[in-house]
Design a protein around this ligand. Structure first.
Ligand code: ZN
Length: 270
């Protein structure tokens, strides 16, 4: 009996102490303190052909690591919906996978692995390259991606301009016209070809500013994406969500650090 009383008093004491010295983990914000890494890939292959290639075995190792360590790969839209208060907070250990540029290896290498591990992917496409540039996918391949039920196809402008350089070259009215075309034509073409709603935009080279963000909102985009190396958190704006640009060296510990948000500094390949 005495022992029980002691335990009771001890527990009461511990509870009082822990409440009065409550640290953030004990008082989580209502939204659950969202922190989601958005992993950005470009191309795949047997060898590291350039700075933007992740070898296919390394990509598979990433997917395996996520699966074996209890991560949930969620669709990008699910994260965006939370920012827009249209959906619940992503579960802890949520991760998003995206790809920029619609390289042909998305079809040959990424699609089979997305199927094997059952993970959703969002591909950001600049339509001028599709069924045109040798390195890019065709419209039929994009339709097949969409049909898999795992891929969402969204906008990466019409022909991937460098807005920083274009702004220097063009008179303001011409630059304004170029921006409108790049944002509107890409959305319209993708919606027409794929019969999908396009309202997410990845900035080419990660270049954006307040003017471009305003133009994107006017063109009907509800969320845009940069290449800033940190997790998408509660304080981030849905109009400029960060993404980790992955390189082939992001293996083992380096990959784990991205997932836990403990990367201190990253060197951009762009
Ligand atoms: Zn790009």
């Amino acid at each position: 009996m005495k022992f029980r009383l002691f335990t009771f008093l001890l527990l009461t004491y511990i509870l009082t102490i822990s409440t009065s010295f409550a640290t953030p983990p004990l008082l989580l914000p209502v939204d659950g303190g969202v922190n989601v890494p958005i992993l950005l890939y470009h191309r795949f292959g047997p060898t590291v052909a350039d700075g933007m290639t992740i070898t296919t075995p390394v990509f598979e190792a990433h997917l395996k690591y996520l699966k074996e360590n209890g991560y949930h790969v969620i669709p990008l839209r699910q994260l965006v919906d939370w920012y827009l208060k249209k959906g619940p907070a992503p579960a802890p250990k949520s991760v998003v996978i995206v790809e920029d540029d619609a390289h042909k290896t998305v079809y040959s290498d990424m699609l089979p692995l997305a199927r094997k591990y059952n993970v959703p992917v969002t591909v950001f496409v600049y339509p001028s390259a599709i069924s045109n540039a040798k390195y890019a996918m065709t419209w039929d391949q994009l339709r097949e991606l969409k049909k898999s039920g795992l891929f969402d196809i969204q906008s990466h402008t019409y022909w991937h301009p460098n807005f920083k350089q274009e702004r220097k070259k063009l008179p303001p009215a011409e630059f304004d016209k170029l921006v409108n075309t790049q944002l509107q034509k890409s959305k319209a073409r993708l919606e027409k070809e794929l019969g999908t709603k396009v309202e997410l935009l990845a900035w080419p080279f990660g270049i954006y500013d307040d003017y471009l963000l305003k133009k994107a909102a006017e063109a009907g985009y509800i969320s845009t994406f940069t290449i800033e190396a940190h997790q998408a958190g509660t304080a981030d704006s849905v109009m400029k969500l960060p993404r980790y640009l992955l390189v082939n060296a992001d293996q083992g510990k380096a990959f784990a650090q991205i997932l836990t948000g403990t990367v201190i500094a990253r060197h951009l390949a762009y």
